[in-house]
Design a protein around this ligand. Structure first.
Ligand SMILES: Nc1ncnc2c1ncn2[C@@H]1O[C@H](COP(=O)(O)OP(=O)(O)OP(=O)(O)O)[C@@H](O)[C@H]1O
Length: 602
């Protein structure tokens, strides 16, 4: 962490970058805001200056017209200042709100570019804090920088000119407190930094507990984990409360320091000026002193804000740093500069000597050489952890293999644009994810410009139309949070309808392992048969029916392909792994096997 003495060079660069990136876009608002602030600074100084004329006219004035002119000037100064304050807020809040939305868009765009690996390394609660809190921190820093260094600084300079002009000796006496105030604030800075970082991580923990509660509520209830969750939440909430208190105390601690110093300075000035009046030193001394003391009193607030600016910047910089961390985080998966679209083809997929590991010391796939024939169904089978899902992850280019090549219709995936690759594929997974919205919306995600007829045809082909028609609002029924208003089998059929609508020539299917009731299972099986027809299909197969209808079966073990062939060929291998897996399932009487299918297989 940087020393407390100065804002670190890295932070200065970030602030500069933040200002540069945001100033151009919102120049109109900022220029309006800056002009308003200059007017505020000028009118504030003028209001101190005019005290001289007020006192002079009242005490010694013989010309009533001058008195009228002075009072008109006073009114004008205050009216102008009032309008300038309005425009300052008007312009700066527009710029500020626009910065927040701009930064949030930028962060989200960057997150969208990141590969799956990034999301595994970063907790979603942490990302949430970054999108919500940190974008606001960026706005605050820009606001603080501009108001402090334009409005407050110019006000202070204007008032200092008034003071020096009115009485040089008193000015020097009063200004001795400046360096003392600076020393006082420095003491506070260091602690604020550490506390802010900790407070943010506690806020992240609150969000994490809340997310886990919402997603895992069934498990929490079933295992009576309410107490445990409450304890976690309580701890996080207390941490935030404690740190917020400490930060507030520290920020407030600048007040007694500043008030004491200001009190001493003003008392000193009163003493000195009293002496001058008593001994009649100087011309129009009373008028001068009124103007001087007004300027000194007006100086206090902006000077305090300037002295405090580092504490404020320190607090905000934690969020800004976190924001730039995300914006500058290298992309885990990049599209090649000269990437080409994947041309329409039959959908043949080849793995050539592919090796892959998620983490350095654990190789998950080892030298895979394999072809998935175009227009045919290939089933991947093998024990849990053998690498089946990883094969699919690589095929969709969610990760890149460390070694070897994957080609679709002869084109290397690394030389292919993400969009064209993903457009050629549909994916139906074990856990169907549904987005907040209607049934229609969720199906249409397969092809956003689909017509109503196409959506209904896809739902019919997926055996989903009947149940959808029976829902309260038919296709307009809201599916709830991640489809919570639908059953597992219904959700799966919606996913199949989505893939039907997409009508891509490669289909990737991760079959559900969880048991469905037999009617649901039959409907899904029938829908899948329709979906997989004449498509290159790669399926992680758990059901015997799927394996039996596959054109090719690939058996995996410990990241290697140990057998491949048709069902018949593999069963003929008495000592083969497939034969072993098959016998194991058969003898356990797993209900996914049906007698007639087993007879067929033999
Ligand atoms: N994101 C990840 N980070 C690190 N290791 C992972 C990750 N995903 C999977 N693995 C590891 O890679 C290996 C292969 O996992 P994979 O999910 O491909 O197996 P699988 O055959 O699909 O298993 P299952 O049938 O249980 O789904 C396992 O040892 C697993 O622990």
């Amino acid at each position: 962490m940087a020393k407390s003495k100065q804002i670190s060079a890295a932070d200065k660069q970030l602030i500069f970058r933040l200002m540069r990136e945001n100033f151009d876009k919102h120049a109109r608002w900022y220029i309006g805001g800056i002009i308003s602030m200059l007017v505020i600074a000028a009118t504030t100084s003028a209001s101190a200056w005019i005290m001289y004329d007020i006192v002079k006219q009242i005490i010694r004035g013989h010309d009533f017209r001058m008195v009228v002119a002075v009072s008109a000037a006073v009114a004008a100064i205050f009216i102008i200042k009032g309008f300038a304050s309005f425009f300052q807020v008007f312009f700066l809040s527009r710029a500020g709100n626009s910065i927040v939305s701009e930064q949030q868009r930028k962060i989200y765009d960057r997150l969208m570019q990141q590969g799956v690996a990034f999301y595994q390394d970063n907790a979603s609660s942490d990302l949430l804090v970054r999108v919500t809190h940190n974008a606001n921190a960026a706005r605050n820093i820009v606001d603080i920088m501009i108001t402090t260094f334009v409005r407050d600084l110019f006000t202070v300079v204007g008032l200092l000119v008034v003071m020096l002009w009115q009485n040089f000796t008193l000015s020097i006496a009063a200004l001795i407190i400046g360096p003392l105030a600076y020393l006082g604030v420095r003491l506070i800075l260091k602690r604020v930094r550490g506390l802010m970082a900790k407070e943010l991580s506690s806020i992240g923990e609150i969000i994490k507990v809340m997310q886990e509660t919402s997603v895992g509520i069934r498990v929490i209830k079933a295992f009576s984990l309410e107490g445990l969750m409450k304890e976690r939440m309580n701890k996080a909430v207390c941490d935030v409360e404690r740190r917020a208190n400490s930060i507030a105390t520290l920020e407030a601690a600048t007040s007694p320091i500043m008030e004491t110093l200001a009190g001493l300075a003003i008392a000193g000035v009163v003493l000195l000026s009293g002496y001058m009046v008593v001994h009649n030193i100087g011309k129009d001394v009373e008028a001068q002193l009124m103007s001087f003391i007004t300027a000194l009193l007006l100086l206090y607030e902006p000077a305090k804000r300037i002295a405090n600016v580092r504490v404020k910047i320190e607090s905000g910089m934690i969020g800004v740093r976190m924001m730039f961390d995300i914006l500058d985080h290298p992309l885990s998966l990049m599209e090649a500069k000269n990437a080409k679209a994947l041309p329409k083809g039959k959908g043949k997929i080849e793995f050539e000597d592919v090796s892959f590991s998620y983490v350095d010391d654990h190789q998950v796939l080892k030298h895979i050489n394999l072809t998935f024939p175009a227009g045919k169904m290939t089933a991947l089978v093998g024990p849990s952890g053998s690498g089946k899902s990883t094969m699919i992850n690589l095929m969709m280019r969610l990760y890149d293999p460390q070694k070897g090549k994957i080609r679709i219709d002869g084109q290397d995936l690394r030389a292919t644009t993400f969009r064209s690759l993903r457009e050629r594929m549909s994916y139906v997974g074990q856990d169907t994810f549904l987005f907040q919205g209607s049934v229609r919306y969720n199906i249409s995600l397969g092809k956003p410009d689909a017509t109503e007829d196409e959506i209904i045809a896809a739902a019919k082909a997926a055996n989903a139309h009947d149940f959808i028609s029976g829902l309260r609002h038919g296709y307009d029924t809201n599916v709830g949070d991640n489809g919570s208003n639908l059953s597992g089998g219904q959700k799966q059929r919606l996913a199949i309808a989505r893939a039907m609508l997409r009508d891509s020539d490669i289909l990737i299917l991760d079959e559900a392992t969880s048991a469905l009731d037999s009617e649901s299972e039959a409907l899904i099986r029938e829908a899948l048969e329709r979906l997989t027809e004449d498509r290159t299909t790669i399926v992680i197969a758990h059901r015997l029916s799927t394996i039996a209808s596959a054109d090719k079966i690939v058996v995996m073990q410990d990241g290697e392909v140990v057998e491949e062939g048709t069902q018949k060929q593999l069963l003929a291998h008495r000592d083969g792994l497939y034969r072993h897996l098959h016998d194991l399932q058969f003898h356990t009487g797993d209900d996914v096997f049906e007698d007639d299918e087993l007879d067929d297989m033999r």
